[in-house]
Design a protein around this ligand. Structure first.
Ligand code: ADP
Length: 283
């Protein structure tokens, strides 16, 4: 991560899951960041430019045969702000370089396949930033909470997911996993907004209110995810998401960190520059 006077701890370190207890997690904190909302928003505007430059390098290298990519996995309860990350963070880079996939209730066709089938199909292509708005983790979250398959089935999935992610990483994809958490109160506020604003009705789903009754079960399911799938090759980051400005800034920094880790240079010209200039001048 580039040096910044407003981060006291690098964001990767501040958010890295490390025995964190979901039930005790402070969703209104702004770990590692010293400034307020105004400073956060100002910094976000600057860092979006850095992210965009790095993404273009990734894309350029992908066009030149580099097989690497980056995959952002976003998990979080309804209203946690996953859509806001897609719009405000991913929205700051060239859409050509983004492979976006949102995973809802599996379709009839998807249900006929292994749960990783639709995930594999959506993995980012070389040079792309992939974004999963929900992911294979739904198959150990909603599926576990609502007992959509028996416990012996979902219980095997944690190891399977670890193996799957190992392969994805080995094939050249840097995985950035982010679990976003809002408080139950903050969720209530955000759902109320959806009921009070004409521009938000479309986001409201009556079932979201029913899901609130399962909050403790979701917390347990998230805890199991963190305890069992926080590998060194694909670690989890826990993102307090009550403050939207913070979550957007933090995810921007996580992506910048991942892209900087790839040490991307601009691909060299695969033609004779002088010769092409001469040809162009003559044309
Ligand atoms: P969102 O609520 O994120 O805007 P959608 O309404 O399209 O998006 O779908 C999300 C819903 O799909 C969530 O309730 C989620 O739990 C559910 N879902 C996602 N994956 C699965 C799965 N594998 N099995 C069952 N339900 C799933």
């Amino acid at each position: 991560m580039a040096k910044s006077t407003t981060w006291s701890v690098p964001v990767t370190k501040a958010l890295r899951a490390n025995g964190t207890k979901v039930k005790k997690f402070d969703t209104s904190a702004t770990p590692g960041f010293k400034g307020d909302k105004k400073a956060g928003e100002k910094l976000l505007a600057q860092r979006a430019v850095v992210l965009s430059d790095l993404q273009e390098r990734l894309y350029a290298n992908g066009r030149s045969g580099d097989q690497r990519s980056v995959l952002l996995v976003l998990q979080g309860m309804d209203t946690a702000g996953k859509g806001g990350i897609v719009r405000h963070v991913i929205g700051s880079v060239d859409p050509q370089g983004v492979d976006h996939a949102a995973f809802g209730v599996p379709t009839e066709i998807e249900r006929k396949h292994h749960y990783l089938w639709r995930i594999r199909k959506a993995l980012p292509r070389p040079g792309q930033i992939g974004v999963f708005d929900r992911s294979h983790y739904e198959d150990v979250l909603v599926v576990r909470v609502h007992e959509l398959v028996p416990p012996e089935v979902w219980d095997k999935r944690y190891d399977e997911i670890n193996k799957f992610e190992r392969k994805v990483v080995d094939s050249g994809t840097t995985i950035v996993k982010v679990a976003m958490f809002v408080s139950l109160d903050e969720q209530k506020k955000r759902l109320m907004q959806r009921l009070e604003r004409t521009d938000k009705y479309w986001k409201f789903n009556p079932a979201d209110i029913d899901e609130r009754a399962h909050w403790p079960a979701y917390q347990e399911a998230y805890q199991a995810v963190l305890d069992r799938t926080n590998t060194e090759y694909a670690p989890w980051h826990l993102l307090p998401a009550d403050h939207k400005w913070y979550s957007r800034l933090a995810v921007t920094e996580l992506l910048i960190d991942a892209l900087q880790g790839l040490k991307l240079e601009w691909p060299p010209a695969n033609f004779d520059i002088e010769e092409q200039k001469r040809r162009l001048l003559k044309s």
